[in-house]
Design a protein around this ligand. Structure first.
Ligand code: ATP
Ligand code: MG
Length: 608
């Protein structure tokens, strides 16, 4: 219940609807009970039974209001019978019964009508919170967690929570009230019989709770597996080109069917347990009813303490309270499943980001002097990926990072943007530790061009606007020109309004890179971080990208993870990395003069 309680705070803004729902449900329960009770006079009229009251009852003479009410009604009926005969009275009673059922169902609908706003409102707010919180989570969370799992929490688990909120309200308001009103009327009809019914309820309650016990465990398994399912689908569609290219369809089919198989098994055991609830409570219900028939039949036939009509009315009421008892047991399963889902939802919301703004962090940074790495060590998991890295870049300089694959170049870029925090040492910008600068101030000073172009299924314009929200078309065209991208966009029939497809896949590799560069140029940050793409481009597009990069780096401080000789040659400072350590520093000429790692790298990789 703990997690579910936390979710309930999402229902608070909609408490007005919960109130209206409760009110409507109270009327629903009231009219439901009255409808059943109204059967009694009808049956009595049908069989010519029932109490004849010929003297108009007097309130002061009656023991209670209830007695007065019943007597008044009977007096009224007796009069009506004398006046209109049984046929007319029957018709009158039927009109009453139909109206009561109509009212009952009207309020039932009204209750659902109001609660719909609450249920869907909770879904909306929870999803928004989950999405916003996911955006706050550090990159490390995404490398640890499956994306599909997060998606399944935002989609499936939130739905589960939604359906269980309804069950919860049914559980605490609608059904208990129905039972309460039902029991009260039953008690009025025959206290003896009611006590007899009450004996059965705890027994059924115990048996039913046994079924619910393992439900939460099963439900968690099912939801987890649906996360794996979504991950597999997401990865498949993302990598469809590779899967087809490597004819790996069968391997993926196997992987997928293994998940669906597990999902099948888990769902089966969950549903089998749930399905057990209905038959068990139905059977327990009928046992109660037959016991009542036997015991009550005795009262009617042998002892003659209650009328036949009252007995049938009593039985209908008993059945009426057994249905909510059944519904309550079902609802309590739903709430258990909802609790499991709520736990998964809350665990995302309660994951705190390790990368947070310090209490008195600097919030307006205008990069003016230098970037400094001071003895920085870093590990993603256990092993150090960077060890005691120190260097300094002055404003306006270009720093090139070179080194073998896996030597830690992209990691350095990740650390400057504070996607991760250093494990040891410090990174200083203008002498301020970047952990003492707000994330938005820090990242506002930086432009990022990643190793793979990351573009969205949007128009060129909207992709660019991520760089600068309020950029004018002129600004965009200027940036596109600097990035050498205007020449191809100009030729598109829709120009910057062209949609570039999923991940920008309607563009060529070089075009994608130039568009990513334009996006960074548009932002116009003082510091540019550039992870040069290693993907081989043809010479022409290579040159186009090269020109774009050179244009971009003009008058800026740049940290470039360089694979192209021309970029490296132009750099003011080159760091040669090996296994996370700086092994050589200097400019191109001085490093070439020294017969070391750098020279070997240049020769081995035969840069252009
Ligand atoms: N998210 C991560 N979690 C754990 N280890 C990681 C993660 N990212 C990178 N690594 C490890 O850190 C090391 C450095 O990786 P990095 O991406 O910095 O290399 P790189 O120099 O950029 O290589 P490349 O030239 O191939 O891009 C590698 O050994 C890699 O396995
Ligand atoms: Mg890299």
């Amino acid at each position: 219940m703990n997690y579910f309680k936390k979710i309930l705070k999402y229902a608070l803004p909609y408490k007005k609807y919960a109130g209206l729902n409760i009110l409507s449900n109270a009327f629903y329960a009231l009219f439901g009970t009255l409808a059943m009770v109204s059967l009694i006079p009808m049956i009595n009229v049908l069989f010519g039974e029932g109490e004849k009251v010929t003297v108009k009852p007097d309130l002061s003479g009656a023991d209670s209001y209830i007695k007065f009410g019943i007597d008044s009604f009977n007096y009224f009926l007796t009069q009506k019978l004398e006046h209109d005969g049984s046929e007319g009275t029957l018709l009158f009673l039927i009109v009453i019964i139909v109206s009561l059922f109509l009212l009952k169902n009207f309020f039932g609908y009204l209750a659902l009508y109001y609660i719909t706003f609450l249920r869907n409102g909770v879904v909306k707010d929870l999803r928004n919170d989950l999405y916003n919180h996911s955006l706050e989570l550090p990159l490390a969370y995404y490398s640890d967690q499956r994306k599909g799992d997060l998606m399944s929490r935002i989609l499936a688990d939130v739905n589960e929570v939604q359906s269980s909120t309804l069950s919860f309200l049914e559980l605490i308001v609608r059904e208990p009230l129905t039972i309460l009103f039902g029991l009260a009327s039953m008690f009025l009809i025959s206290p003896e019989l009611t006590l007899f019914v009450l004996l059965f309820i705890p027994i059924s309650g115990f048996l039913i709770s046994q079924i619910g016990k393992k439900l939460k465990k099963h439900s968690t398994k099912v939801q987890e597996e649906s996360g794996v399912l979504l991950s597999t689908i997401e990865e498949t569609f993302g990598g469809i080109r590779v899967i087809k290219g490597f004819v790996a369809e069968n391997a993926f089919k196997k992987r997928f069917s293994a998940t669906t198989r597990r999902y099948f098994d888990f769902s089966n055991s969950l549903m089998h347990r749930q399905n057990l609830a209905g038959p068990v409570s139905e059977f327990l219900g009928i046992v109660t009813i037959t016991a009542l028939l036997w015991y009550g039949g005795n009262l009617v036939l042998v002892k003659n303490t209650i009328s036949g009509g009252a007995f049938i009315g009593f039985m209908s009421l008993a059945y009426q309270i057994l249905t909510p008892a059944k519904a309550m047991s079902k609802a309590s399963y739903s709430v258990k499943r909802g609790n499991a889902a709520a736990e998964r939802v809350m665990s995302v919301l309660e994951t705190t980001s390790s990368i947070t703004n310090a209490p008195n962090a600097v919030s307006n940074l205008n990069f003016s002097s230098d970037i400094k790495f001071d003895n920085v060590s870093f590990k993603y998991d256990k092993e150090n990926v960077l060890s005691k890295v120190s260097f300094e870049v002055k404003k306006g300089q270009t720093l090139a990072l070179v080194g073998q694959s896996g030597s830690g170049k992209s990691t350095i870029a990740n650390l400057i943007s504070r996607f991760y925090d250093v494990s040891d040492g410090a990174i200083l910008i203008d002498g301020i530790d970047i952990r003492q600068i707000t994330k938005s101030a820090l990242r506002g000073n930086m432009g990022l061009v990643t190793q793979e172009s990351i573009l969205f299924n949007e128009t060129i314009k909207n992709n660019l606007l991520i760089g600068k929200e309020n950029a004018s078309d002129e600004d965009m065209i200027k940036a596109l020109k600097i990035a050498n991208a205007w020449e191809f966009i100009e030729k598109l029939p829709l120009g910057i309004e062209t949609n570039i497809g999923d991940s920008g896949n309607k563009l060529s590799g070089g075009q994608k890179q130039r568009l990513s560069i334009a996006r960074a140029v548009l932002k116009n940050p003082p510091i540019m971080i550039l992870d040069e793409a290693t993907s081989a481009l043809d010479t022409e597009s290579e040159q186009l990208v090269q020109v774009a990069l050179e244009n971009m780096m003009k008058n800026r401080t740049s940290i470039v993870i360089a694979h192209r000789l021309s970029t490296i040659k132009n750099a003011d400072l080159i760091l040669v990395l090996r296994n996370g350590r700086i092994v050589e520093t200097g400019d191109h000429d001085s490093l070439m003069a020294h017969d070391g790692n750098y020279k070997k790298l240049i020769e081995l990789q035969s840069f252009q």
